[in-house]
Write a protein that binds this ligand. Structure first.
Ligand code: PMP
Length: 435
């Protein structure tokens, strides 16, 4: 079956809204290190890792062997009704790393489900279905998580079982907080929180949920310390704080292991997914025992914390810590972001180059202003692919390139990707100037 045949069959049987990247979608058939190969035999340097999912890269022997060892036992999984050694071991590691006092870990199969569980714990504990979320956020594709996603493009049904109020936060380019320095940004955002709680809720709010750096939203970062300032207001009302670390966790941001640490605040609940499985379905929530154990009657998850995923997850966490990938993310990330800023400064379509560790973004604008330029973004995105580099796209207006390579990225690979990126940006800038 050719890639074209596969595409035709995909379109005929899967929902029309299931997004495929690229004008000519690609089928990835193998991978090694930071490179993948498609069904047509083309090789790509991967700066997106399947939406920050392949945190260690591809074909990592330690992870493969851990999963193979489990498969060889003859038991892929039975159920969580029986003791699972790798589940307990991984929960202990995550509990210790989480920084949350008296932690309990509940495993799920996806980030959406992890956020769903966190919402259930928080709403039950607080006996309230009122939630505060951030504009331009993304938290998942289940009923409740779609309802707290502050981005029209991903808010499928527009309906929610929760009562949700959205806050301004993090956006320095547009909206209420545009152009403010960090101190004034924090002041204005906290005033917004105060007003939203006082005017749109009963005062009994369950939780504020936030991504320390918005992922799908285009790597938009709240100023350091904003969540600590939020916390003062939240504490007045007894509101819990949920940190969605699905993209920002595990040292990706370089300076910190969790995104919340840059914010000077410890969350009540933390959700994780993606990178921890390095491609395996593994996610979950860590929270204070008092909150997690306030619910009764969940009792069971068929696949959450299954031996295959948690065997892999243990190998991923061990590898991550043994190789100090957080330090690598910090160093190689610095090289990449400085290189990108330097190389693209002269192009009027580049509105912003930003990021921390290996979570970097380039935002494209109409030359001479801040209006989003989704056309240039899409063109650069396609040009990168042609040049042999996979990156991501995102942002409320689809005008941001997202760069989230495996945390094992080498300095040479960073320079190689940088070259492809800057060539693509130069090409598109020239095109735009000619129109
Ligand atoms: N939270 C964040 C911050 C995410 O980026 C995502 C996925 N893009 C999710 C939650 C949902 O995770 P999943 O796709 O595994 O359900």
């Amino acid at each position: 079956m050719t890639t074209d045949d596969l595409l035709a069959r995909h379109k005929a049987v899967l929902p029309g809204w299931q997004l495929l990247y690229y004008d000519e979608p690609i089928e990835i058939v193998s991978g090694s290190g930071r490179r993948v190969t498609d069904a047509k035999g083309r090789s790509y340097l991967d700066f997106f890792g399947g939406v920050l999912t392949n945190m260690l890269g591809y074909d990592i022997p330690e992870v493969r062997e851990a999963v193979e060892r489990q498969l060889r036992t003859g038991v892929v999984h039975t159920s969580t009704l029986y003791l699972i050694r790798s589940q307990v071991e991984l929960a202990e590691k995550i509990a210790r790393l989480s920084g949350i006092p008296d932690p309990r870990v509940f495993f799920t199969n996806s980030g959406s489900e992890a956020n769903e569980a966190a919402l259930m714990f928080a709403t039950n504990y607080r006996r309230s279905n009122q939630i505060l979320a951030i504009r331009n956020s993304y938290h998942g594709r289940t009923y409740a998580t779609v309802g707290i996603t502050g981005n029209r493009a991903w808010s499928a049904s527009g309906l929610s079982p929760l009562s949700v109020s959205y806050l301004h936060s993090g956006d320095r380019m547009r909206g209420l907080l545009a152009g403010l320095d960090d101190e004034r940004h924090i002041e204005a955002a906290v005033a917004d929180l105060r007003e939203v709680v006082a005017t749109t809720t009963s005062g009994t709010v369950a939780a504020l949920i936030a991504e320390p750096i918005q992922g799908v939203g285009g790597f938009v970062r709240a100023p350091d310390g904003l969540f600590a300032a939020y916390r003062k207001v939240l504490d007045e009302y007894g509101v819990l704080f949920i940190s969605d670390e699905v993209q920002t966790g595990w040292g990706r941001t370089g300076d910190h292991f969790w995104g919340y640490q840059a914010q000077g605040v410890i969350p009540d609940l933390l959700t994780f997914a993606k990178g921890i499985g390095n491609g395996l379905a593994l996610a979950g929530v860590v929270g204070r025992a008092e909150i997690v154990e306030s619910v009764q009657g969940i009792s069971f998850s068929t696949f959450g914390g299954n031996p295959l995923s948690t065997a892999g997850g243990n190998a991923v966490v061990d590898y991550l810590l043994e190789h100090d990938l957080q330090a690598n993310a910090r160093e190689v990330g610095r090289l990449l972001v400085d290189g990108l800023a330097e190389a693209t400064r002269r192009y009027p379509i580049v509105g912003d180059v930003r990021g921390r560790g290996l979570m970097l973004a380039v935002e494209f604008v109409e030359p001479g202003g801040t209006n989003p330029n989704s056309y240039a973004t899409a063109r650069v995105f396609e040009e990168c692919r042609r040049g042999g580099l996979l990156v991501g796209k995102g942002g409320l207006y689809g005008n941001t390139l997202r760069i989230g390579p495996p945390l094992t990225l080498t300095a040479d690979e960073a320079r190689e990707g940088l070259e492809i990126l800057t060539t693509a940006i130069a090409e598109v800038d020239r095109e735009v100037a000619e129109v």
